[in-house]
Design a protein around this ligand. Structure first.
Ligand code: PLP
Length: 381
C-alpha cells in the first residue's frame, strides 16, 4: 500500500509507540497521586510539556494538553467568547477547517457576528481586507497556519503584527503546519495556537493548545485542577507522552521536508506534462512541502480515488471531514475553481515515509486512470 493521505492522519512512529508503552504498563499511576505510583506519570507530563513547548515555541506553562485539534478550536473560540462579553465580532477566513466553520455557526447562534475573509484564486489572503475588517468590538482573529486541502500557508508574521497593533486576540490553527514548519508562537505574538498529535506521527485523540501567559480563559472542561485548572480530568498520560515524543521527533526531522518537497514538485511537474486539463490548486502561493491538491476537468474525484485505491494508492478527495460530498469543497469554491474542475479533485499528501518509488508509481498509474475515466465520457463522471 502506498499511503499518500498524511494530511488526514499519519502512522504512529515506532519510537513514539515505544515511548508510550511504559505508561500503559508499569507506569499506570495517576499523575495527581501523592504516592510513588504517581511519580513517573507526573514526571512524564513535565517532560512532554517541555517537548510540546518546543513545538509551539513557547513556555511549558503555556501548554494545555487536550484531545486534539477540534477541542483546541472549541477551547479557543468558546473561551474567548465567554471571556470578552463586550466584544461580539469575530474574524476568520473562508477556507478554514470545517470545525471552524461549525464554530462560526455556534458563535452566530449565540449572538456574535463573524466576518469570513475571502481568498484569491491561489488561496492567498488579502491583508488589506483583513485590516479593513478589524473593529473596536473584534474579539478574535482566527487563521490557519496552513490549509489542510491545499497546503497554502498564510503570512502569520504580517497578520500578527496587524492584529496585535489593534489590541485584538489572534488564534492560529496550526494542526496541519505543526511539525512541518517552525511555529514560534512567542516570537509571532500569537495568543492561542492549537495542534493535534496524529498529524505528526503521534497518537490520535491527543492535542495541545498554547494559551499565551496572562490570557485568562474559563476552563474548557470544568472539573479538577489538572492543566492548571484550564482543563479538568485525569490526564491521558500515554497520549500526552506520545504527543511530546512526536513533537521532538518532528523537530529532528525538519530537514527531511526538502526531500519531500522535491518529490511533490516532481510529481506535479510530471502530471501536468502527462495529463491535459489538470490544475494544481494553490501552486502559486507559499505551500507546505507535502501537499498537492489536483483538479482534473470532467472527472469525478471519487471515481479517481477508487481507481487509485484499486492500485493500492491511498489519497483523498479533500478533507477527511468532508468525504462523501460530491460538490467542490468550500475551499475550492472560495478559490473560485470552476466546478467542472472542482468536482474532479484529489488531494495527495506526502510524508516522511514517502519514497521516490511511491511517487514513480503514482506518476505511472494516475495519468492512465484519468485517461480511462475521461474515455468513459459523461457516463463515467
Ligand atoms: N484543523 C485543521 C486545519 C485540520 O486539518 C484538522 C483535521 O483534519 C483539525 C483542525 C481537527 O483536528 P482533530 O482531527 O485532531 O480534531
Amino acid at each position: 500500500m502506498i499511503y499518500l493521505d498524511n494530511n488526514a492522519t499519519t502512522r504512529l512512529a515506532p519510537e513514539v509507540l515505544e515511548a508510550m508503552l511504559p505508561y500503559f504498563r508499569e507506569h499506570f499511576g495517576n499523575p495527581g497521586s501523592a504516592h510513588g505510583a504517581g511519580r513517573m506519570p507526573e514526571g512524564a507530563l513535565v517532560h512532554a510539556r517541555a517537548q510540546a513547548a518546543g513545538l509551539f515555541g513557547c513556555e511549558p506553562a503555556e501548554v494545555v494538553f487536550n484531545s486534539g485539534g477540534t477541542e483546541g478550536l472549541n477551547h479557543a473560540f468558546r473561551g474567548v467568547f465567554e471571556a470578552f462579553p463586550a466584544r461580539r465580532h469575530f474574524v476568520t477566513t473562508a477556507v478554514e477547517h470545517s470545525a471552524v466553520l461549525a464554530l462560526a455557526g455556534w458563535l452566530k447562534n449565540h449572538g456574535a457576528e463573524v466576518t469570513f475573509l475571502e481568498v484569491d484564486a491561489e488561496g492567498r489572503l488579502d491583508l488589506d481586507r483583513l485590516e479593513a475588517s478589524l473593529r473596536p468590538d473584534t474579539a478574535l482573529v482566527s487563521v490557519m497556519a496552513a490549509n489542510n486541502e491545499t497546503g497554502v500557508r498564510f503570512p502569520l508574521a504580517e497578520i500578527a503584527s496587524m492584529v496585535k497593533a489593534r489590541g485584538i486576540l489572534l488564534h492560529v490553527d496550526a494542526v496541519q503546519a505543526a511539525g512541518k514548519v517552525p511555529l514560534d508562537a512567542s516570537v509571532l505574538g500569537v495568543d492561542l495556537m492549537n495542534v493535534s498529535a496524529h498529524k505528526f506521527h503521534g497518537p490520535k485523540g491527543a492535542g495541545a493548545l498554547f494559551i499565551r501567559r496572562g490570557l485568562r480563559l474559563k476552563p474548557f472542561l470544568v472539573g479538577g485542577h489538572q492543566e492548571r485548572g484550564r482543563r479538568g480530568g485525569t490526564e491521558d498520560v500515554p497520549g500526552i507522552v506520545g504527543l511530546g515524543a512526536a513533537a521532538s521527533l518532528a523537530g529532528s526531522r525538519m530537514a527531511d521536508w526538502d526531500r519531500v518537497r522535491e518529490l511533490r514538485d516532481l510529481l506535479e511537474a510530471s502530471l501536468l506534462a502527462a495529463v491535459p486539463e489538470m490544475r494544481v490548486n494553490g501552486q502559486g502561493a507559499p505551500r507546505l512541502a507535502n501537499t498537492s491538491l489536483l483538479s482534473f476537468r470532467g472527472i469525478e474525484g471519487e471515481a479517481l480515488l477508487m481507481k487509485l485505491d484499486a492500485a493500492g494508492i491511498c489519497v483523498s478527495t479533500g478533507s477527511a471531514c468532508t468525504t462523501g460530498q460530491k460538490e467542490p469543497s468550500h475551499v475550492l469554491r472560495a478559490m473560485r475553481v470552476p466546478a467542472e474542475y472542482g468536482r474532479g479533485t484529489v488531494r495527495i499528501s506526502l510524508g516522511h515515509e514517502t519514497t521516490r518509488q511511491d511517487i514513480d508509481r503514482v506518476r505511472e498509474v494516475l495519468p492512465a486512470a484519468a485517461a480511462s475515466l475521461r474515455a468513459l465520457g459523461p457516463l463515467g463522471r
